[in-house]
Design a binder for this molecule. Structure first.
Ligand code: SF4
Length: 256
């Protein structure tokens, strides 16, 4: 069966690292500086990021506000799970997120610092990541967002935009988001302001230019070194097609 061209970023780590620095510089020129300032309180960041999974920013915000209208964190734990699910109904999968959020809050309440997460500042990054990802509904992206945005730890949150663009350009081979966290962190500098700016500017670029389907390659500042553009020109396929093509090609993603 013919599979057609497949992205397969077979390049050494040193080249990946240099490519990511180049991406950061290009996006900096396009979108400017980003200063590493916490955008919201750690508990707000944590719970909002759980709500944000598969959800637009507007719906995430609405869901968070309705959730907080139920009362303080203790009141949300004590509320019927159906009431929590109703409050967060604008977030996708409210029925599965509601019990996870309540259990996460329960575990945080019962931890030594209670709802104050500032102990994460002083933990080694590995331990802080483990503490957060042991909570129900908290994956590598959510944990990394809290640790980078709130505590300036050198971690790199990989959301759908970061994953898609770094894959298309060729900074990582085609792989899942969880694996992409490890692959990118391995070659990125341990520099929180750099990581913060790169994350936010990739997010913006994904929203405005390198969309899931029909990316606007003609106006993209990453085009010169983009594997997807080199292979497909102005007809870069939807990212779903890229993921499916990888699944049909067992050797894709391995060094040639
Ligand atoms: S050239 Fe196209 S596929 Fe490559 S990063 Fe830019 S918009 Fe995305």
């Amino acid at each position: 069966m013919s599979t057609g061209p497949v992205l397969n970023a077979a390049r050494p780590d040193k080249e990946r690292a240099e490519l990511l620095v180049w991406i950061r510089e290009r996006l900096h020129g396009e979108y400017g500086d980003r200063h590493l300032d916490p955008r919201r309180e750690p508990m707000h960041e944590l719970i909002s990021t759980i709500l944000s999974q598969r959800t637009t920013w507007r719906d995430e915000d609405a869901a968070y506000r309705e959730l907080r209208a139920l009362g303080d964190w203790n009141a949300i734990i004590a509320a019927p799970t159906e009431a929590v699910a109703h409050a967060i109904r604008r977030s996708n999968y409210p029925e599965s997120k509601a019990p996870r959020i309540q259990e996460t809050l329960r575990r945080i309440r019962d931890s030594p610092g209670g709802y104050d997460l500032d102990f994460l500042q002083d933990l080694p990054v590995k331990d802080a990541l483990k503490w957060l990802t042991d909570l129900p509904g908290v994956g590598a992206k959510t944990a990394s967002l809290v640790l980078l945005f709130n505590y300036g730890h050198p971690v790199f949150p990989v959301d759908t935009h970061v994953h898609r663009i770094t894959t298309r350009v060729g900074a990582i081979p085609v792989m899942g988001e969880q694996a992409a966290h490890r692959a990118l962190l391995k070659v990125l500098p341990p520099d929180p302001p750099f990581l913060y700016e790169l994350h936010l500017n990739l997010l913006k670029h994904g929203q405005q230019v390198c969309s899931w389907s029909g990316p606007k390659c003609g106006v993209c500042v990453l085009r010169d070194r983009c594997d997807a553009y080199t292979i497909f020109g102005n007809n870069v396929p939807s990212f779903s097609e890229t993921v499916k093509a990888k699944a049909r090609t067992p050797r894709a993603g391995k060094p040639a």
